[in-house]
Design a protein around this ligand. Structure first.
Ligand code: NDP
Length: 313
């Protein structure tokens, strides 16, 4: 495999296929309930990346026939203001799903995100972060599983990449990506290792993986020496690079991505170095890989939450 280009896994296409699968269910729900499935999205402050994610979620939901209700709070809002909005959505009949966009303003305190997860009605928790849903996930009976890792499973399945009996290594142990990713791969009979910033011999561990998932938050961190030739490499990272030297070291001096950088002053890069394309058997691009899947799975979870609330689980 050395030197050849691995297969690029088209997250956009798989996301479109998932959305197409969700459409009939949305139509059926809407005619049965006399209203569309409802998704409340709460956005606090004006983080530019969050603005883009939320815009995409609103557009994608609306295009799929979901009623998306965007609730904005100023960056100065308190955690109690935010919990009050969540509680209002919890008791609302029209809201089947609730999502609070991360990250929350630092002024809300270190445990703000956890307090939000604890407060969202588990039946409306389309992100799957409530402790009850985390527990169900660990027990292998998740109803609402976190969108990013479940999107990765869909991508592997729909790309005919086998999971059972394979060795999977995940770099990153966050509650929103790394840990649930490990649980989902385990349930599909992979043998799973979770790595993090204190892992010894990280490249050596990673380079034994048949399936390598990078969820770190560091542009280009995963280089060739982390990757077994022919491995499937899933790049969850979304990192804004605003330093030109870093952009050159990632993309090379004459790439179209560098031209993008020169036009816009920054560029988005994954956690996986582009050189890995020369050794991986399959690789997700950034952008256009895992990101669109996360949004497609959000719609799937919203429909699942809506249907379950009507008793049709
Ligand atoms: P977190 O910051 O919560 O977690 C990062 C993890 O990476 C931690 O477990 C950390 O280890 C580990 N890590 C950091 N540095 C190193 C290192 N040098 N060596 C080994 N491990 C390291 O990030 P998230 O999980 O929330 O997100 C990860 C990335 O995925 C980000 O780029 C984020 O933007 C992106 N993302 C993309 C989504 C999508 O839709 N595509 C959705 C969500 C996130 P430790 O625990 O020891 O600190």
């Amino acid at each position: 495999m050395m030197g050849s280009m691995g297969r690029l896994l088209d997250g956009q296409a798989v996301a479109a296929a998932i959305r197409a699968d969700v459409l009939p269910g949305v139509a059926e729900f809407t005619s049965g309930a006399g209203r569309p499935p409802g998704l409340g999205i709460v956005l606090v402050g004006d983080n530019p990346a969050s603005e883009i994610y939320v815009r995409n979620k609103v557009r994608s939901g609306t295009e799929s026939g979901v009623w998306v209700d965007l609730q904005r709070l100023p960056a100065t809002a308190s955690i109690d203001d935010l919990l009050a909005v969540v509680n209002r959505l919890n008791i609302s009949e029209r809201h089947d799903g609730i999502l609070v966009q991360a990250p929350l303003p630092e002024a809300m305190g270190r445990h703000a995100a956890q307090r939000v997860f604890d407060t969202i009605d588990p039946d409306k928790d389309v992100d799957g972060f409530h402790p009850a849903n985390v527990g169900r996930l660990v027990q292998g009976r998740a109803h609402l599983a976190p969108c990013t890792p479940s999107g990765v499973i869909e991508l592997l399945d729909r790309s005919d990449i086998p999971i059972a009996r394979r060795y999977a290594v995940i770099i990153g142990r966050s509650d929103i990506v790394g840990k649930p990713m490990a649980m989902l791969l385990l349930q599909r009979d992979a043998t799973v290792t979770i790595c993090h910033s204190r892992t010894a011999d990280l490249p050596e561990v990673a380079s034994r993986a048949d399936i390598l998932v990078a969820a770190i938050g560091r542009a280009g961190f995963v280089t060739r020496d982390f990757v077994k030739p022919g491995a499937a490499v899933i790049d969850v990272g979304i990192n804004r690079v605003s330093d030109r030297a870093t952009a050159v070291s990632l993309f090379g001096p004459s790439s179209p991505r560098l031209a993008d950088f020169d036009r816009r002053g920054s560029v988005v890069a994954g956690d996986v170095h582009p050189e890995v394309a020369g050794i991986a058997g399959a690789l997700t691009p950034v952008p256009g890989g895992v990101g669109p899947l996360t949004i497609a799975m959000l719609l799937k979870n919203t429909l699942a939450a809506a249907s379950a609330r009507r008793g049709g689980r």
